[in-house]
Design a protein. Structure first.
Length: 430
């Protein structure tokens, strides 16, 4: 999953304290040598620094930037794609030189920067009307205040991915309930096949299925009640833990000895019918086997299809540095307006293998078509672990608890008790 941090949010907070008012200064000199405060409205060139965190789409961003610059000759966009976005932003914050536009995930780094005023408040911006309200709300909920500090641009999802040829071989139908999914998985196993392939040697690969299960079964107020001391994992996540153990029992025998990359390759080459991973794996699977035919369906977590939501989070957001420089901020919003055009948004989302938040824009990948209605209708729920304390979510802490409990075949209550202990310890150090 593309969401883990290179350092904890506590580090970000410390850096922010040292870098008060860390947006670009109004008298900062831009890369072309002109004063940033003199650029833009008087016809001089404005140079924007655009930091984005995905190495796999550098070429696509270069293509989009070239198109934008052709249409806007007075604005130059310089793409920055560092090896570690979080470390780079940490250094930028310390120097008081935040990039003019940032495209990143909705992670703890973004949240702390937003809370501390690094990014521009976009309240009232017409751009917000062009994207799904569900994801605008999601970002606001993560920051913890009803203020939009970014435009959600692309979003991911966690479905069940399936091999169409094997699916047809076993004469399966798309399951609509958890019982149906388990029944079909048992059928595959009884006929000598492998229902699910897992790469649980990498603990984080348990997170996608855990989030799909927990968010749909623990109740809508779980996270608030957990923070308030009104509930625990033991009290609220027994169903999810039981389902996770059922799911694991239907994985391949060596699932705790196989890592993420090998699991992708194995599934691509027909080692299982189903694969419970994020849609970000589709391009990787196809690169391993260009001939594979893939399908997807939302994880049918409950036995009431009308109550099922798809786990989906903001994969890339667009945030503007709160620099106080009107010319640079206006140029940045002009670039964002270009990115929100239907043609541009659709092109980027398809290349990135993600969904666009722009209203009316659909991903053209047929494998993702069954998931699109959930995006369009806002029938989605954010990842639970986006709201876990930083010390619990960072460094694969809670995923390692799940990994250890599952690999030792511990009971659901033992698993959940360990999550409660980790949560209490992490919350005490926030």
């Amino acid at each position: 999953m593309k969401r883990y941090l290179g350092f904890t949010s506590a580090t970000v907070v410390a850096t922010l304290v040292l870098a008060t008012g860390c947006g670009s200064s109004t008298n900062t000199t831009s890369n072309n040598g002109s004063s940033a405060g003199e650029s833009g409205n008087n016809g001089q060139k404005v140079t924007l620094e655009f930091l984005q965190n995905k190495p796999e789409v550098v070429n696509e961003w270069n293509s989009l930037i070239k198109r934008f610059e052709q249409q806007n000759p007075n604005i130059q966009v310089k793409q920055i794609n560092p090896p570690n976005t979080d470390t780079t932003l940490q250094a930028d914050l310390a120097k008081g030189q935040v990039p003019d536009i940032v495209a990143m995930g909705a992670d703890a780094t973004f949240i702390q920067m937003a809370k501390n005023g690094v990014f521009k408040d976009l309240s009232g911006s017409p751009e917000l009307q062009k994207v799904s309200k569900a994801y605008v709300n999601m970002l606001e909920n993560e920051v913890g205040k009803p203020t939009p500090y970014a435009i959600p641009y692309t979003v991911n999802a966690v479905p069940i991915i399936y091999n169409v040829d094997l699916f047809n071989k076993y004469h399966l139908t798309i399951p609509k309930t958890w019982n149906q999914l388990m029944s079909e998985a048992q059928k595959i196993k009884q006929e000598g096949g492998t229902p699910f392939y897992n790469g649980f040697k990498d603990a984080w690969t348990i997170a996608p299925i855990w989030n799909a299960l927990s968010t749909n079964t623990e109740g809508p107020n779980f996270l608030k009640d957990l923070a308030a001391g009104k509930t625990t994992f033991v009290k609220s996540d027994a169903i999810a833990a039981n389902q996770l153990r059922q799911f694991t029992a239907l994985g391949q025998p060596n699932q705790f000895g196989v890592d993420y990359n090998d699991a992708n390759s194995a599934f691509a080459n027909g080692k299982s019918v189903f694969y419970a991973q994020g849609i970000w794996t589709l391009p990787v699977i196809r690169s391993d086997n260009p001939k594979i035919q893939l399908g997807t369906f939302v994880v049918p977590v409950t036995n009431d299809p009308s109550q099922i939501k798809m786990v989906s989070g903001v994969d890339s957001l667009l945030a503007v540095a709160n620099s106080g420089n009107a010319s640079k901020e206006a140029a940045a919003m002009k670039f964002i307006d270009f990115l929100l055009q239907s043609k541009t948004a659709g092109q980027y989302a398809t290349v990135a293998g993600l969904f666009s938040t722009v209203k009316g824009v659909k991903n053209t990948d047929p494998a993702l078509a069954p998931l699109q209605p959930y995006i369009n209708s806002g029938r989605v729920v954010d990842f639970d672990d986006h709201y876990y304390p930083a010390a619990m979510a960072a460094g694969n802490q809670y995923e390692s608890v799940l990994q250890g409990a599952l690999s030792k075949n511990q009971s659901s209550s033992q698993l959940l008790q360990q999550l409660d202990s980790l949560y209490q310890s992490a919350a005490a150090h926030q």
